[in-house]
Design a protein around this ligand. Structure first.
Ligand SMILES: [Zn+2]
Length: 284
């Protein structure tokens, strides 16, 4: 799918710029020599003009009220950014790493709804507490880079959290699954097609290969080195494979043995059978 999404950020300005919009509220706001030069009359020291104002100064309350609103919006954007970062770490990330991939597959709509519900109940409804705030929603035909007409959604979000909430769930509905690479640990997006736990990033030690090329194999090797259940499985697999190569087992027998063995291994890994029973059983 072509990348056609665009993000526009509005109301992005610096604090001195904002303060200079309300010069009348500060001491020495216009130097007499620079009175007619807008650029030169910019102030850099902001000392509230409380001493010289005669109360009630007729224009001040309105201007001060607007200033207060602008200042709240300015810091509100930063606070919104921080709380969105917190949500990513405390809510989105655990949902992705602990719940979303529990079936190791692209979830259909029922599975996704079930995961959503399970997570909400278990974690105290964190997604429900996020209010997705939009000020405008519209459909718009647009031309893409090739001049083709495309159907677009245009949404004005009131804060970053709202954008993340919408983008995350809308993406999941469209089968775009964020996931954490089991090899390099980076987050990446699975977009339809084959499900994988590994990304397509080149490896640092072997740039010609990606995490996906080697992930499963390395994970298998690591497990066989460190996990007794996998060690036993690997040894039994090698013995049975050798039997098959020496034609002491048919292809069908070997296949049914390996299916049985991987089931046993998963049951032993999940503590559903004892380690001793597993060792005895898998060698048969
Ligand atoms: Zn990776």
């Amino acid at each position: 799918m072509r990348k056609i999404n665009r993000i526009f950020v509005r109301g992005h300005w610096s604090l001195p710029e904002l303060l200079n919009g309300y010069k009348e509220l500060f001491v020495n706001h216009i130097h007499p020599d620079d009175m007619y030069d807008e650029e030169k009359s910019r102030i850099v020291h902001f000392e509230p003009d409380v001493g010289t104002i005669e109360w009630p100064e007729p224009d001040l309350p309105e201007s001060a009220g607007a200033f207060n609103e602008d200042l709240c919006a300015f810091f509100g954007a930063y606070l919104g950014f921080l709380s969105a970062c917190r949500d990513v770490k405390k809510v989105f990330k655990p949902f992705v790493t602990d719940t979303l991939h529990r079936d190791s597959a692209f979830p259909d709509t029922h599975a996704l709804a079930k995961m959503f519900d399970d997570f909400e109940v278990r974690e105290g409804h964190p997604f429900q507490k996020m209010k997705c705030r939009m000020s405008r929603f519209a459909y718009r035909p647009q031309r893409d880079a090739d001049g083709q007409m495309i159907f677009c959604e245009q949404i004005d979000f009131l804060d970053l959290r709202s954008f993340l909430y919408y983008d995350f769930w809308n993406g999941l509905r469209l089968n775009r699954l964020p996931t954490k690479c089991g090899q390099c640990g980076r987050f990446f997006l699975l977009e339809g097609g084959k499900y994988s736990r590994y990304c397509l990033h080149p490896l640092t030690d072997e740039p010609g290969k990606t995490c996906r090329d080697v992930g499963s194999k390395r994970r298998y090797d690591d497990r066989c080195k460190t996990d007794p259940v996998w060690q036993i499985y690997n040894r039994a697999y090698k013995t049975h494979y050798a039997r098959y190569m020496k034609m002491k087992m048919t292809a069908g027998e070997f296949e049914s043995w390996s299916r049985h063995a991987s089931e046993l291994r998963d049951r032993a890994a999940g503590d559903l059978i004892s380690f001793e029973a597993y060792c005895g059983e898998i060698r048969r």
